[in-house]
Design a protein around this ligand. Structure first.
Ligand SMILES: [Zn+2]
Length: 261
């Protein structure tokens, strides 16, 4: 049984709570979790408490340090799949062939992404070219615009079954869950909503995730393993679906891109 956590934050810049890779590993050691998709903590990417946040070289450097840390986590006790946390400078030139996904994150009271910046469309094209999945946490109106317009050719994973993207039902009512390129993760979602998702949309685009350090990977896994569903469905949610997604990433194109630099 292959069990991969598709949603964890790791970094050494934000220590509240402690969330280094070592902290993650000590939480899962001895459990059947054998791999993890990792992205930087939000606090290392932008100042979420300043709605008038203006980007600066200091923050760009901070982001690079945070993203580089994630990328440095190879050859560990468990498999690490690094994601690139993208922000307002849309620094898609920092994508490498070692990335497995993109983290895109904002809450409704936080500084905004400049969706109308041409650099946003260019970054999206770079992401789509590599077929990297995007873990998108955004307020509802931007989630809808993102999926319908900006990222209509991208694979989008809505975390927490939509809890922080407007809610499970609002996303269902907008018809987003049914789209073939929209996936979901189980991090901190209720068992009731997970079961409803499976009943309505099947289990093929659903991923086990923990949202470490906000969720405990082992208890989040136990929540999925306790569901009253076939073992084969659990196996798909816990690892097979994610591997199917990763198999579609076009690493070769990224290699070419890197070589051109
Ligand atoms: Zn998260």
């Amino acid at each position: 049984l292959l069990i991969i956590d598709s949603h964890a934050h790791c970094g050494v810049g934000d220590r509240y709570p402690p969330q280094s890779f070592e902290d993650y590993y000590s939480a899962v050691k001895g459990s059947p979790i054998s791999g993890v998709a990792v992205f930087a903590p939000v606090m290392e990417i932008y100042d979420r408490y300043d709605p008038f946040f203006k980007d600066s070289p200091t923050w760009q450097q901070r982001r690079k340090t945070a993203n580089d840390y994630v990328l440095s986590l190879s050859d560990r006790e468990i498999d690490v799949f690094p994601y690139f946390f993208i922000w307002n400078d849309f620094a898609a030139d920092q994508l490498t062939h070692r990335h497995y996904g993109i983290k895109w994150h904002r809450h409704d009271d936080e500084p905004t992404y400049n969706y109308d910046d041409p650099a946003c469309a260019a970054a999206m094209a770079a992401i789509v070219k590599r077929n990297l999945p995007i873990v998108l946490e955004e307020e509802f109106s931007n989630t809808e615009r993102f999926i319908d317009e900006l990222a209509s050719d991208a694979t989008v994973i809505i975390p927490h079954l939509g809890m922080l993207n407007g809610g499970f039902r609002r996303i269902a009512a907008a018809g987003l869950w049914g789209k073939p390129n929209v996936w979901a993760d189980t991090a901190l979602a209720s068992s009731v909503e997970i079961m409803e998702y499976i009943r309505c949309y099947g289990h093929r685009r659903l991923l086990f995730g923990s949202d470490f350090p906000f969720g405990h990977p082992v208890s989040e896994l136990e929540k999925v393993l306790r569901l009253n569903i076939d073992e084969s469905i659990k196996e798909d949610i816990c690892g097979n679906n994610l591997m199917r997604l990763y198999a579609r990433i076009r690493h070769a194109d990224i290699e070419t891109f890197q070589n051109k630099e």
